[in-house]
Design a protein around this ligand. Sequence first.
Ligand code: PEP
Ligand code: MG
Length: 369
Amino acid sequence: TAALVTSVDRVLGYADEIRHLRVRANADTAEDAARARYMGAEGIGLTRTEHMFLGDRRVLIERVILSDDEDRQAALDALLPLQRQDFIELLEQMDGLPVTIRLLDPPLHEFLPNLTELSVRVAVAEANGYSEAADLKLLAAVQRLHESNPMLGLRGVRLGLVVPGLFGLQVRAIAEAAVARKKAGGDPKVEIMVPLVGSVMELHLVADETDGIVHEIAAREGVDLHIPIGTMIELPRAALTAHRIADVAEFFSFGTNDLTQTTWGFSRDDVEAEFFATYLDKGVFTVSPFETLDADGVGRLVRIAAEEGRKTRPDLKLGVCGEHGGDPESIHFFHSAGLDYVSCSPFRVPVARLEAGRAAIAGAGSDTR
Ligand code: PEP
Ligand code: MG
């Protein structure tokens, strides 16, 4: 076994020497981050912060989204130290390497109480004459926010623009975590990423608020702080307006899960749908577009965004953090489209390193880099 490990290490070493693509990992916890680093990840390409709000904290985020001003502020205040600590731990594990933290992107139905259950509970209470004012208020709020298509609804940047203080809380926690790491002698390289952007205006609004908070904290703490802000490209409109978005974004990360969903119009939550098997049988595609990047459609949008974005900002950093980032065939595509890095689950990092090396050899002289 020792000999095998040594030869695997040697092969990966060769791949690392020749590849152009950096390989990062998607990680939401310090534990994931440690595993990613062990697997050779060169940073974190995506921290999905919505995963930090499950369990005990869910009720706090519910209050942030549903309550009015005073109670919302109390919930935000309770969340700040928790988020700060989350980010300190991530930055500690990834000291010296880039860590891209994505602002909250929950589909609302995953965070709010279930409308049917809540309606039944309130109806039963009313029938028995003990309805609570707080429950009625909650029901009204949940009804108001109910959507038939949450994945196409109040998600990502949209939620951040609609709920006062929500993104601000996360930006503050990120900036304070970076300050804490610097004061402890660390080398934090944190980046802020905005999800589900479709218009540069959305990004402008978030970037203005972010800059204000980062400057305020840097001045207060007497620390030099630059936190790059970038965006996911996961809607066709974002890809098609990339030249404008790059005015604000310092980096793009392709969210190929949502980009596949929105380009094909297939639900990413129903990839086991029966008709997919028929489509595979009939040869509409030979492999699910959610597994291997569809180079003609989704890939075309990736190339457009990469080219147009770099016309506006030649040093625009480009990565991918959807599932395709760890898929060998897709990695060849990303190499040829001129991306700087792929980001995938920690377990797929070694394969991604190897495949990035193979892509560099295969593409030498023939790709468009
Ligand atoms: C994506 O859409 O590809 C992505 C990485 O974001 P998420 O899967 O969290 O929506
Ligand atoms: Mg997404």
